[in-house]
Design a protein around this ligand. Structure first.
Ligand code: SF4
Ligand code: SF4
Length: 481
């Protein structure tokens, strides 16, 4: 007698209704009464088909329970206890995946000295000393990067400028944009631009340029003065809030063609998510705010421990309720972490790799080395080629072949793998010294947050399904973080 138990899925409730998130297909499935009863039968101990049918025969018509068991087995929400869990299939691309986003580190210098910064602190992985990588990208290297992107991309290309502090090399950024527009037009391709900046160097000239070229702009900022000035300081230790806040307001007032977002780094000492969100949206006028826990080795004073992740989760959950209330009334809410996860759920995202790093997204160092992403740009160990000579396809194939979700033992059976797939390579490298390891230190946080977003998704799907239409239309290029 074959015994049955819960399968490769996650059960959740939303708006009084039961749902399953099916990991093999990344689909959300509403559970009817019969299936709910079947799932309850196996929740605490394994049961045979015959036992389940006998237990439920008085509650449901003949045949309904058997049909439901078959259906649940088919979608792998149930599994036979004597059948091992199936590993996600390892499917590798046979031909190169077109590049969609190229992140140019136009400088590795910064006019701030943020205590937690991965680029300069004790966790840094890129050598900028001894002439290994120049401080500023030259115009020539930037042009070669444009040529590289347009060679490797499909019809639509996205170029994003990053640093250090990006605007320290505004001169090259400006000429590169002009060159890219001309080259893309000549090839019949479209190209758009974005950048990340700490906002301290925004001037009227820069703001006009960004507005004119419809730049997507992300401002790295941590919140009201006391939080911003805690870590985001100039080299002399002075806080940056008073310098950058008026410039942010000027940017938001002038640049109206694309929404401006803030990107907040959370540390164990700056965890007041709602206060940060309210300040950035209400006082400064940001359209959206995204939060990310700091990337740091566990022994750094600002790094997160388990308690920190729990607190972030509870703060996120509270703010996510505001997002839900707004969504049910078709109002905008700028908590971008929810929007991004809802978009992935709605599109049925099922990731074999955690992000596009190494194929759809590549980073370029100031010297023109091409790496997994901007956080690895300039690191010899993570180099995949150069803008001059192109991508080393065998290195790229080796990377994709060794970082697939099916290579990560714990992730193979995790219900959150379609959206997580092991998490950020840079986080893993900082924590464990290698990009191969899954980020098992934050699984509870990832699963807790995914569960919250699934509940929100389920409620919106029932009460205001039209709100989800925006995720079908959206086709965002991945943004560096
Ligand atoms: S890192 Fe953790 S949460 Fe993410 S897929 Fe792997 S096991 Fe699941
Ligand atoms: S998630 Fe991590 S590895 Fe992927 S692009 Fe972002 S920083 Fe790079």
């Amino acid at each position: 007698m074959s015994m049955l138990q819960p399968g490769d899925c996650h059960a959740f409730e939303a708006g009084g209704r039961r749902f399953l998130y099916l990991a093999p297909s990344a689909a959300v499935m509403a559970v009817d009464d019969v299936s709910a009863a079947v799932l309850d039968e196996v929740a605490l101990r394994s049961r045979s088909m015959e036992e389940i049918v006998a237990d439920l025969s008085e509650r449901f018509p003949d045949g309904a329970v058997g049909e439901s068991v078959d259906e649940l087995l088919k979608v792998r929400a149930l599994r036979r206890i004597d059948t091992p869990m199936r590993r996600p299939a390892k499917v590798l691309p046979l031909t190169p995946v077109p590049l969609s986003t190229m992140v140019l580190n136009v400088t590795n210098q910064c006019n701030l000295s943020c205590t937690y910064c991965y680029e300069y602190g004790e966790d840094k992985i890129v050598q900028t000393e001894n002439g290994k990588q120049p401080k500023m990208m030259t115009e020539q290297t930037a042009r070669e990067s444009v040529d590289f992107l347009l060679r490797e991309s499909g019809k639509d290309a996205h170029m994003t400028f990053f640093g250090g502090e990006t605007l320290l090399n505004f001169r090259v950024l400006k000429t590169t944009v002009a060159y890219a527009i001309g080259q893309a037009a000549a090839l019949g391709k479209t190209i758009d631009f974005s950048m990340t900046t700490n906002a301290t160097l925004l001037s009227p000239e820069v703001i006009d340029f960004l507005a004119e070229h419809r730049f997507g702009v992300t401002i790295s900022m941590d919140g009201p003065p006391d939080l911003q000035n805690k870590f985001r300081v100039f080299h002399n230790g002075a806080g940056s809030y008073d310098i950058m806040a008026p410039k942010v307001k000027a940017l938001i007032a002038k640049h109206r063609s694309r929404p401006i977002g803030a990107r907040v780094t959370l540390t164990r000492d700056t965890l007041d998510v709602r206060r940060i969100y309210d300040h950035l949206t209400q006082e400064l006028g940001f359209w959206e705010v995204g939060f990310a826990p700091v990337t740091a080795s566990p022994d750094r004073p600002h790094a997160f421990g388990d308690e920190g992740f729990e607190q972030v989760l509870s703060e996120f959950r509270a703010l996510a309720q505001d997002y839900l209330a707004a969504a049910l009334e078709n109002r905008h809410h700028g908590f971008s972490n929810v929007r991004e996860t809802l978009g992935e759920i709605h599109k049925g995202a099922s990731k074999a790799w955690p992000c596009g790093a190494g194929f759809g997204l590549l980073g370029v160092s100031t010297g023109g080395d091409v790496a997994l992403c901007h956080r690895f740009a300039g690191s010899d160990d993570h180099k995949l080629g150069t803008v001059k000579d192109g991508i080393d396809r065998s290195k790229q194939a080796e990377f994709l072949g060794t970082h697939h979700v099916s290579d990560k033992t714990d992730c193979q059976t995790c219900w959150a793998r379609p959206l997580c797939a092991g998490g950020c390579y840079h986080e893993a490298h900082t924590r464990f010294g290698t990009t191969n390891k899954p980020n098992l230190h934050y699984c509870d946080w990832i699963r807790g947050w995914t569960d919250t977003c699934l509940q929100i998704y389920g409620q919106i799907a029932q009460v205001n399904p039209g709100f989800l239409q925006q995720f079908e239309d959206a086709n965002e290029a991945p943004q560096p973080s």
